[in-house]
Design a protein around this ligand. Structure first.
Ligand code: SF4
Ligand code: SF4
Length: 306
């Protein structure tokens, strides 16, 4: 390949990468406002109670965030399971399954406001902690345990004398809820400030730990703790949206692995349940061997070799 031809290809590649990144950033900011468009709420410290609040959004976005226009699916699932005389949560599960089947973890990579926050936190420093492989693999199972225990089992089976339960994940863990709902509401409302106790400070501590983790380990919460990510990852082999790699075009330069926020090697793990379809590997690939595709009605064969 002549030098001039390569330069032109590199120039085109850089332009394409910039365009794709711009489109993604526009979508991410638009979804942030779509899910949190009630800006007055931040000023008066009141949550939105209009009709859209009964609609389940596909991302982890706290119901109590002053700007939230919809309901968080993880909060809704716990509420449905924990209500006395509870009914099967057809609506919430149906919504999640629909998004799981169509977008899969593209919701994590492209639409989730808490994902965006983690990506911004990761920009604070380029220093990264490399979690040893074995520990990393074990820790990634934690999010499934959080989903099973705190979102499903405890709300569904540990009830008070009146037959109701508490939303265990929201109440005791969710750092997105603390950041988006707990802290802004407490800051805006003096009565709430006077009521803060050990539970509030426990959640602030947990949030601080997640923030610190996200600075040094990209997508720390998505990798290890997010129950919604765990749910969507169950759809990674069947979802319409998926990353594809053209092995014959790959020149084994390793660039894709160096930018993956989920610490994957896209060449070997392109169909991993851990892939959030962020598209960074596709952006950086000089051979254009990686791409985001939408294909209905086909099962994704697992390409992981390890
Ligand atoms: S494999 Fe590619 S699309 Fe998937 S998380 Fe890593 S960089 Fe993003
Ligand atoms: S960046 Fe592209 S060419 Fe390089 S190893 Fe990854 S897929 Fe192959």
């Amino acid at each position: 390949m002549s030098g001039m031809h390569r330069d032109r290809l590199n120039g085109n590649g850089i332009r394409r990468e910039k365009q794709r990144r711009t489109v993604r950033n526009v979508i991410r900011i638009a979804s942030l406002f779509l899910f949190n468009g009630y800006l007055t709420g931040f000023r008066n410290g009141r949550i939105f109670t209009g009709r859209t609040k009964s609609v389940c959004v596909p991302v982890l976005n706290c119901y109590s965030c002053p700007g939230a226009l919809g309901a968080c699916p993880i909060g809704s699932l716990q509420a449905a399971l924990g209500t006395s005389g509870g009914r099967f949560p057809f609506y919430v599960l149906g919504t999640l399954m629909l998004f799981g089947a169509v977008l899969g973890r593209l919701t994590c990579g492209l639409l989730c406001p808490f994902g965006l926050i983690q990506d911004l936190l990761a920009k604070i420093t380029s220093k990264r902690i490399t979690v040893p492989k074995k520990t990393d693999r074990l820790l990634r199972y934690l999010k499934y345990a959080v989903l099973a225990l705190f979102v499903i089992i405890l709300p569904a089976f540990f009830r008070d004398d009146f037959g109701s339960s508490v939303p265990w994940f929201c109440k005791y863990i969710c750092p997105a809820g603390t950041l988006e709902g707990g802290i802004p509401l407490t800051l805006a409302d003096r009565a709430l400030r006077e009521m803060t106790g050990p539970l509030f400070w426990w959640k602030v501590l947990l949030l601080a730990a997640v923030i610190a983790g996200s600075v040094f380990i990209e997508r720390f919460f998505c990798r290890y703790l997010c129950p919604l990510g765990a749910f969507y990852s169950l759809f990674s082999r069947v979802s319409a949206a998926r990353m594809k790699i053209d092995s014959s075009a790959c020149i084994s330069c390793g660039k894709c692995g160096s930018v993956c926020p989920m610490a994957l090697d896209p060449v070997r793990q392109i169909s991993s349940a851990e892939c959030i379809l962020c598209g960074r590997c596709a952006d950086i690939c000089p051979a254009e061997a990686v791409s985001l595709r939408f294909s209905l009605f086909s099962v994704n064969a697992l390409r992981e070799k390890d």
